[in-house]
Design a protein around this ligand. Structure first.
Ligand SMILES: [Zn+2]
Length: 406
């Protein structure tokens, strides 16, 4: 096995390792498929190596077994509720995923309580059915109370979710107790998502509340890369054309962001320091966490991404990041000592509608793919060949340790 530790040199646009990071730490095989499919241009796989952040992020590997596959969109929807085991005390605690069996396109909604599952499903159903012109026929889930209801002597006492499916003529398929593998698609996908989130977060110092931004980004990526189950990317199966990945950047990397100034009604010529945290959902652009800015989460189409600085462990803005905002400093009655100010712009979502993570759109953000790319090209990071000396030995040591534990 060839283990070299983190490469300290600057990665260029053809580096397979750079794309591994941009794409949320997906496997080499999946990157190769993207190249073979022409979604990514030819990459240099010579620099592909064991990734420390992957080892930190991945928990389990679960094999899967073959199952009946649907032949058309929305025939079968897999769903599962996941509670990310993270140390956060405010904000949504769960997410619910809906995965179309045919395309494997995935939708995720954040939940504060499990009983919001039905609300999320209604929003999901309305949108996918309207956009595809098809109807959901089967929903596959475990027998969790939020899906099934309760057991009684007379059989199933329908909960609101089961009742709604019945009213809509949708057939519920419940996995048998003790056989969680029967609902494998949704559960595996949720595990993959959390592995990606951990890998993406593991080489950043970004505050924990941004886990949901990492989650949204992981969903965004998974919908645009091939799976073992389907021959094309979920995106292509849903929309009919290949996704563009040119605008994808390494999550959490430091950025110089140019923002829109509403007073001057134009782009502010100055840049602010921030971190890339995701892709805008309903507009064309990127999302940034800017700790020193009055609005901490901003969206912009103009930024310089310092991906290599992050990969090399350099962080220009570290001093600007408040380690932890103590609750005394906050205009809040919450007793949490692990809370961060979230700007009015970002707004802690109160309604499910605002928590949508991934929705199918008729048009795939052409501006992010094209115009932004062109705009960004002007401020795109120049490729500088330099080799900063950052704790090479320590990292090597950690890597070896982790490999042994693995
Ligand atoms: Zn990795």
């Amino acid at each position: 096995m060839h283990v070299t530790g983190l490469k300290r040199s600057v990665m260029n646009g053809e580096s397979s390792m750079l794309w591994h990071r941009r794409l949320g730490h997906i496997s080499k095989d999946r990157i190769k498929r993207l190249v073979n499919d022409g979604v990514l241009s030819a990459l240099d796989f010579a620099d592909f190596e064991i990734c420390v952040n992957c080892i930190k992020g991945k928990q389990t590997k679960v094999s899967k077994k073959g199952a009946h596959r649907s032949s058309t969109l929305l025939e079968i929807i897999h769903t599962d509720i996941c509670c990310p085991d993270m140390d956060f005390k405010t904000g949504p605690k769960y997410f619910i995923s809906f995965i179309d069996d045919f395309s494997r396109f995935m939708y995720v909604y954040l939940l504060h309580h499990k009983n919001e599952a039905l609300d999320a499903f209604k929003i999901f159903k309305a949108e996918v059915e309207k956009q595809s012109g098809k109807q959901i026929k089967i929903v596959r889930s475990d027998r969790g109370g939020e899906y099934y209801g309760r057991y009684t002597e007379d059989g199933q006492a329908f909960g609101p979710f089961a009742k709604f499916l019945q009213e809509q003529g949708i057939v519920p398929q419940y996995t048998n107790p003790g056989s969680p593998s029967e609902n494998g698609v949704a559960e595996r996908r949720n595990r993959t998502l959390m592995d990606m989130v951990r890998s993406m977060r593991s080489n950043t110092t970004l505050p924990i509340f941004l886990w949901s931004e990492a989650l949204k980004t992981a969903v965004y990526i998974l919908n645009r890369v091939p799976t073992k189950a389907v021959s094309k990317t979920p995106f292509e199966l849903l929309k009919g054309w290949k996704p563009s990945l040119r605008h994808i950047r390494v999550w959490g990397c430091p950025c110089k962001v140019r923002i829109y100034n509403p007073h001057e009604k134009k782009l502010d010529p100055r840049t602010i320091s921030g971190y890339f945290i995701g892709y805008a959902e309903r507009s064309k652009g990127y999302r940034f966490y800017c700790p020193s800015h009055s609005t901490r989460i901003v969206e912009s189409r103009n930024a310089k991404f310092l991906e290599n600085d992050m990969i090399n462990g350099r962080n220009h803005f570290q001093d600007n990041v408040p380690k932890r905002v103590h609750f005394d400093d906050l205009p809040s009655t919450s007793s949490s000592d692990n809370m961060y100010v979230i700007p009015s712009f970002a707004q802690v979502p109160l309604r499910i509608e605002e928590q949508r993570v991934q929705t199918p759109q008729v048009i795939d953000n052409p501006l992010v793919d094209q115009v932004v790319h062109e705009e960004l090209e002007m401020v795109e990071q120049p490729i500088i060949h330099e080799v900063p000396q950052v704790n090479e030995q320590v990292d090597q040591h950690d890597l070896q340790k982790m490999l042994m534990q693995h």
